[in-house]
Write a protein of this length. Structure first.
Length: 204
C-alpha cells in the first residue's frame, strides 16, 4: 500500500525552499512501531520516501480473537480515551446488566477496529499530519486523497510486494544497497541479523 502527500514535504528535502525534513522520516518509523504494538496488524515491510511511503501489512485476526476483553480495552485505551463506564469497570465497581451489555458491545467493536486496516491508517496518517502541520504552523488537508491498497492473496505476492517496498530507495536512485537504505524495514532486518550472528560464523 502507499500514501502520497499534497504538494508538501513530510520528509526529505524541499527543493523549492531548501528546507530539509529528513528527520521526519523517523516520525513515520516510530509511529509504525507504536501502532504495531497496539493493533493486531503486523508491519511486514516499509520504505519511507520524501513525499510518500510504502507499507506491507498483515492483519493478525487470530491474535485479536485470542485477546481477553481486558487486553482489548488496554490496547484501545493506549490510543483513545475510554468512556467513564470502562473506567468504573476497571476499578472493580459493580455494573448493572445494561452496563455490562454496553461494555461487551464496546469491546466487540474495539476488537474489530484493532484488526481494521482503515483504523490503522487513520491513526498513522492523522498523527503525522497533526505533527507536521503543527511544526509548519499551518492547517488544512495534508494527505493527497485516500491511501491505496492491494490485497496479497498468496506467499509469492507477499514476497514480491515486500521486495518492491524494500528496494524502492534503490530504484529511485537514493541508495545503492539495502544496507545503506535508511528508514526501510530491510535495513533493520539486515542489522538485526548481523547483530545476532556470532563473528566466527559470519560468512564475510
Amino acid at each position: 500500500m502507499g500514501q502520497a502527500l499534497r504538494r508538501a514535504f513530510l520528509c526529505g528535502k524541499d527543493e523549492f525552499s531548501g528546507q530539509s525534513y529528513e528527520y521526519r522520516k523517523q516520525w513515520v518509523v516510530d509511529k509504525l512501531a507504536e501502532l504495531a504494538d497496539v493493533f493486531s496488524i503486523d508491519v511486514c515491510a516499509y520504505a519511507v520516501m520524501s513525499n510518500h511511503y510504502h507499507l506491507v501489512l498483515r492483519i493478525n485476526q487470530s491474535q485479536a480473537l485470542a485477546w481477553s476483553d481486558d487486553e482489548v480495552i488496554e490496547h484501545w485505551s493506549t490510543l483513545f480515551k475510554a468512556p467513564l463506564l470502562i473506567g468504573r469497570m476497571r476499578k472493580g465497581e459493580r455494573l448493572g446488566k445494561a452496563e455490562k451489555k454496553l461494555v461487551a458491545e464496546l469491546v466487540q467493536e474495539w476488537r474489530s477496529r484493532l484488526t481494521d486496516l482503515g483504523w490503522f491508517m487513520r491513526c498513522l496518517n492523522e498523527s503525522l499530519a497533526r505533527q507536521a502541520n503543527a511544526e509548519d504552523n499551518c492547517t488544512g488537508r495534508f494527505w493527497e486523497g485516500r491511501y491505496k491498497s492491494q490485497a496479497l492473496l498468496d506467499e509469492q505476492a507477499l514476497l514480491t510486494c515486500m521486495s518492491y517496498a524494500d528496494l524502492n530507495p534503490i530504484r529511485a536512485g537514493i541508495n545503492l544497497t539495502p544496507e545503506t537504505s535508511d528508514y526501510t524495514s530491510i535495513q533493520v532486518r539486515i542489522r538485526t541479523h548481523q547483530a545476532s550472528t556470532p563473528r566466527d560464523q559470519d560468512p564475510s
